[in-house]
Design a protein around this ligand. Structure first.
Ligand code: DUR
Ligand code: ZN
Length: 134
């Protein structure tokens, strides 16, 4: 699947967002190396910090289905600029994505920013940092 089709999937899943508090729907679509697509929307909670972003919902759906290898992620929201993922999602992405995994950020005007994992979260804390202390 190409990036345009994946971005469409991200836009489509925005309608499933559960966002009674922010009223800010976000959609994400994740393509596995095996060719499957996992979508996610943000899911909020009356205890606000318990809410989960669209990106992490898509990643956790894939992981819980035994899929660990990804080629690209698309994220969509009704923002002026292509929607920037939050810091928590960047950290979760860096756990599972390769340095060159493509991340395609978009909005409803079809502005697109494509960025690699390494560029989205440089100098990230990872497994090797833990192992150095052992
Ligand atoms: O990249 C982003 C940015 C924000 N949100 C969600 C979190 C919250 O539900 C709402 C407002 O921050 O948007 C995402 O899902 N992904
Ligand atoms: Zn996030």
């Amino acid at each position: 699947m190409n990036k345009d089709a994946l971005m469409k999937e991200a836009v489509n899943i925005m309608e499933k967002a559960y966002v009674p508090y922010s009223e800010f729907p976000v959609g994400a679509a994740l393509l596995t190396k095996s060719g499957k697509v996992y979508t996610g929307c943000n899911i909020e909670n009356a205890a606000y910090p318990v809410s989960c972003c669209a990106e992490r919902v898509a990643i956790f759906k894939a992981i819980s289905d035994g899929e660990y290898h990804f080629t690209k992620l698309a994220v969509a929201a009704d923002t002026k600029r292509p929607v920037p993922p939050c810091g928590s999602c960047r950290q979760v992405m860096s756990e599972f994505f390769d340095a060159d995994t493509e991340i395609h950020l978009t909005n409803l005007s079809n502005d697109i920013k494509s960025i690699s994992m390494e560029a989205l979260l440089p100098f990230s804390f990872n497994q090797e940092d833990l192992n150095e202390t052992r």
